[in-house]
Design a protein around this ligand. Sequence first.
Ligand code: PLP
Length: 392
Amino acid sequence: MVNERMYKLGSEPSAIRELFAYGMARKAEIGDENVFDFSIGNPSVPAPDAVKQAVLDLMEEPPTELHGYTPASGDPRVRATVADHIRRCYGVDATPGNVYLTAGAAAGLAISIAAISQPGDDVIVISPYFPEYKVFIESAGCTCVEVPAHVPDFQLDIEALDAAIGRKTSAVIINSPNNPVGAVYSRDNLEALAALLERKEAELGRKLYVISDEPYREITYGAEVPYVPCVYPRTIVCYSYSKSLSLPGERIGYLYVSDLMDDASEVSAAVAGAGRALGFICAPALFQRVIERCIDEPSDVEAYAANCTLLTEGLGALGYEFVEPQGAFYLWVRALEPDAQAFSDRAKAHELLLVPSDSFGVPGWVRVSYCIPRETIERSMPAFKQLMEEYR
Ligand code: PLP
């Protein structure tokens, strides 16, 4: 007999994937150029040339070594390169032993949650949130506790977090720059979170971790993105090259257990155990080596910034309400009726694929992913206009 929970997860794909699949089928039917697919966060900027060159150069290396297993936590040379990068960029004296290479941020998240929680614990997420958090949290036998972001700025709501943190809380997952709202948490806001967690640790007599999900760290439009371990020591950073170097299909990233936390070596051991228990033998070997060579490659955010301006100016002029993004490549737009699914369905009739907000944990909004060709955004404006007129 199949596992009921897994059956449900497998047979009811995420709202994002479902819309993405619909878009693929629809494009095959009526042509790519006639579908305005704002569904998925697949970077539209190509990976840097340095990545291609690194792959070509690596092909000259002995294949048994190149394509072989690496140690579970990653190739020691690559871990050392990542630790050095953290040291150079953020001034944290990172040791390679606390860097664990992962198959993207998703693996880092699943491993982190399993490493620092017991079944029955509460893991807090800030709604609206990346829907896979709930899947990873519940798979670890924990409860996903949703705490709404502070409205209208979508920063962390410290009072609401204060009320939500209790005897069963093990961690708070934060994501800045944020998917889906594009918010970047300010230093003051993160410092207030750190002060709260330190007070709560003392009150409750238990360790409270921050899991900082950072696939969009470099994708900002001018906002400062503080390094969370420098603000709150008991932080695990889940980093990914999926967006910063446009490599989502290669499944490469890392998890960093902050050296600044007093239990770092214990947490790193639990991370290794969780990776093992979850069946992550090692991160993709070839792309570990690519990262070693491309660690200082800058992210190309220009195209996303231009798309952001085009979309916000266009939708603003049409009368749509949205959250002004400070980073990532998503626009959080108020649905024109309370039922986000119904609104997304009506948008579909105009070939606009907008993800309803329900699976992000809140009603009444849609996520518009703008990591797409600029021309698609330009050509979508009449459809957005007709959609708005339908509601007038
Ligand atoms: N976290 C957030 C907020 C994301 O948006 C994504 C992907 O879109 C991930 C994690 C997973 O990224 P990765 O491809 O690195 O596993």
